[in-house]
Design a binder for this molecule. Structure first.
Ligand code: ADQ
Length: 468
């Protein structure tokens, strides 16, 4: 079997047996362990100065070579914080109003992609397959072709891909899309994302559909597919049992005194719809007096990207909304909303999911949302909780039959759905849970990896120099 080289913005070495957050990290680690290979990317270090150091640090562990680089402060500012997270992230999550474009940052983004390719090139052998991940690396394949790397290169986008009128708000959209067409395989989380990509390429770049899975553009044929990322449900079930008798969970249950528990866990990000979620929870208390004093909502959201202004702003908004809601509704014996701004170990989160009656997962937009899947997998099979899920999470394509789907922009609708979730009888909960679990088991993380890599092996051969 040919060797696999995975490229992702961030490389975080995994220690087997230790719980790890994140589908990307676990999926990539699994794939590499099977085939052996290289995991290449940024190690998270920032060095002061204008140019990133050329040194590639290598560490061989479990048949995987972790090859990592540090970034200079200015490369980090332009490539990562600037164009990737200040421009692409908001637009791809349908928030062009929050995006900020700066030509220098875009130049830095392209430059770092090229620089990463130059660092990787000496490690690439003729039969290697390259699997590149996420929005930080849209032009990576084009840079590879320009550097003379002719291997098969696949790309998987973890976040949504926006429809054409939204995509075109990114000033260099055409150049980026042309660059994406240098990949041999481009994979998305949902069919809606795939369609948006194909529509853009066909309408704006003169691409022509070739059957169900290919587009021909600029003399190069790209395979395009849908690969919803999954989890390992058995592993999540095991993790959820680990802390179920721990002091923290027992204290929590005692403190609840038979009250129902609703749980949300997110990275603190405006795409996750937390303000709208808080508002709908308050509407529930307004509309349904029976729930007052009877339900507690725990929101866990450790800060992320706190050096980007929008992220500091969302944090302030949430703190103020939580204070207002608790000020209005709490009494001496009951705090309706517990907003917790710190991170917990993964197995603790899974035990918390298990202890709750409702998983409240309502992003305004999300590529997939693994929390929704983990919530289902962590439930006690004999008495499962209910998943309330945004229709705008990629996970809704797979879990739409079992979850209660909501529109996060409709506070009244969400409040009604929460009421339904909190009062759902056991037979209906069991029915919904079993359907969702069967789907999660079938579409697990191995299937995501295997389908992608099989399709990459079958993708039409490497782009000719003209497409570079
Ligand atoms: P994220 O936006 O980070 O990922 P998500 O899929 O919800 O979102 O979570 C990824 C992992 O992080 C999950 O395993 C989850 O348990 C963990 N996690 C989330 N919040 C946490 C918290 N507060 N504390 C500890 N762990 C937490 C991106 C895309 C998603 C896509 C994934 C994988 O934005 O749409 O599902 O990649 O492709």
């Amino acid at each position: 079997m040919s060797r696999l080289i995975v490229v992702s913005n961030r490389v975080a070495p995994i220690v087997e047996g230790k719980p790890t957050a994140g589908g990307l990290a676990v999926g990539v680690f699994d794939a590499l362990k099977q085939t052996g290979g290289v995991w290449f990317g940024w190690n998270g270090d920032i060095v002061e100065g204008a140019t990133s150091p050329d040194t590639v640090q290598r560490e061989l562990r479990d048949n995987i070579t972790y090859a990592t680089v540090a970034l200079s402060r200015s490369d980090y500012d332009q490539y990562y914080r600037g164009f990737s997270n200040g421009m692409l992230w908001p637009v791809f999550h349908y928030r062009p109003d929050l995006s900020r474009y700066d030509r220098r940052e875009y130049a830095g983004y392209c430059r770092v992609n090229q620089w990463l390719v130059d660092r990787l090139k000496p490690m690439v052998q003729p039969d290697d397959r390259l699997w590149v991940h996420d929005y930080h690396l849209l032009p990576f394949a084009r840079a590879c072709r320009q550097a003379g790397i002719r291997n098969r290169i696949g790309f998987f986008l973890h976040i949504p891909f926006p429809v054409e009128p939204v995509m075109t708000t990114v000033p260099p959209h055409r150049e980026l899309m042309e660059a994406m067409c240098a990949y041999d395989l481009v994979g998305f989380q949902t069919d809606a994302d795939r369609r948006a990509f194909v529509d853009y390429v066909c309408r704006r770049l003169g691409g022509v559909r070739r059957g169900d899975h290919h587009i021909e553009v600029g003399g190069h044929c790209i395979r395009v597919g849908v690969y919803p990322i999954g989890i390992y449900p058995d592993e999540i079930q095991q993790l959820s049992l680990k802390h179920s008798r721990s002091r923290q969970i027992t204290n929590l249950k005692q403190g609840l005194q038979q009250r129902r528990l609703m749980v949300s866990v997110d990275r603190l990000d405006y795409s996750k719809g937390m303000i709208e979620r808080f508002t709908a929870f308050e509407r529930l208390l307004e509309m349904t007096p029976a729930h007052r004093g009877q339900v507690t909502f725990v929101q866990i959201a450790p800060p992320s990207r706190s050096d980007v202004e929008q992220y500091r702003q969302i944090r302030r908004q949430l703190e103020s909304a939580a204070g207002r809601i608790n000020g209005r509704w709490s009494d001496l014996a009951w705090t309706p909303l517990r907003y917790i701004n710190k991170s917990y170990d993964r197995s603790m989160l899974m035990s918390l999911f298990r202890a709750s009656q409702v998983g409240y997962v309502t992003p305004l937009r999300d590529g997939m949302n693994l929390v929704a899947k983990e919530y289902v997998a962590a439930q006690p099979p004999e008495d499962p909780g209910v998943l309330v899920l945004s229709e705008f999470a990629g996970a809704a394509e797979e879990l739409g039959d079992g979850a209660l789907l909501v529109n996060p922009y409709d506070a009244d609708g969400m409040a009604e759905t929460l009421d339904r979730a909190l009062t759902m009888p056991l037979p209906e909960r069991l029915d919904r849970y079993r359907g969702m679990l069967a789907r999660l088991t079938e579409n697990n993380l191995s299937r995501w990896r295997d389908r992608f890599l099989d399709d990459l092996s079958e993708a039409p051969a490497t782009a000719p120099a003209a497409a570079a």
